[in-house]
Write a new protein. Structure first.
Length: 73
């Protein structure tokens, strides 16, 4: 979901991924996090990570510019 000036985008359902608590979950997490831990060289975008949580944030003046930034990630 995207929050832009108190206007929210449509929500979307996640249809794939590793179920929480699965046996292979820790292995897949290690493989994934090694590729995710890279500096984002995209203006006004950042990837924050703490323990097993991560988020990508980006700011823009218009929704169109925000979509462009996030599509480059």
């Amino acid at each position: 979901m995207i929050d832009h000036n108190v206007q929210f985008s449509e929500t979307s359902t996640i249809t794939c991924g590793v179920p929480q608590g699965s046996i292979l979950g820790p292995l897949f997490f290690i493989l994934f996090i090694n590729f995710l831990n890279f500096p984002l060289h995209i203006e006004n975008s950042d990837c924050d990570m703490y323990a097993d949580d991560s988020s990508v944030t980006s700011t823009a003046t218009t929704v169109k510019d925000l979509e462009k930034s996030l599509m480059r990630i």
